[in-house]
Design a protein around this ligand. Structure first.
Ligand SMILES: [Zn+2]
Ligand SMILES: [Zn+2]
Length: 111
């Protein structure tokens, strides 16, 4: 009689068993933390930042560019600029830096 292994989830990326200590839930599956990265830019993902498409996982930025509304993304160039302006700040959102009415301290311009 063959040994019956307990139910083990396999990482969709590397197809190896995922144990509780290293699992991340995404796209209805369990992934290794290290395997749970964007299929395009390889950025590490979290269950809150993931976007899924047909069993693959992407970061929201790549997802938006690849599967988002037409006209936004590939062939555009605006997407690259957005990425650049945020990357060095470690920002996922660039909205803050682009905001024109950011409230500066009163003497901000005197310095
Ligand atoms: Zn894996
Ligand atoms: Zn990505």
């Amino acid at each position: 009689m063959p040994f019956k292994a307990p139910e083990v989830f396999r990482c969709p990326k590397c197809n190896k068993p995922v144990y509780a200590a290293e699992e991340v839930l995404g796209a209805g599956q369990k992934w290794h933390k290290l395997c749970f990265s964007c299929g395009l830019c390889k950025k590490m993902l979290e269950s809150t930042t993931v976007a899924e498409h047909e069993g693959q996982v992407f970061c929201k930025q790549c997802y938006g560019r690849k599967f988002g509304p037409k006209g936004y993304g590939f062939g555009g160039g605006a997407g690259c600029l957005t990425m650049d302006s945020g990357a060095h700040l470690g920002n996922k959102e660039t909205a803050m830096t682009n905001k024109p009415n950011y409230q500066a301290p009163p003497n901000f311009f005197l310095n």
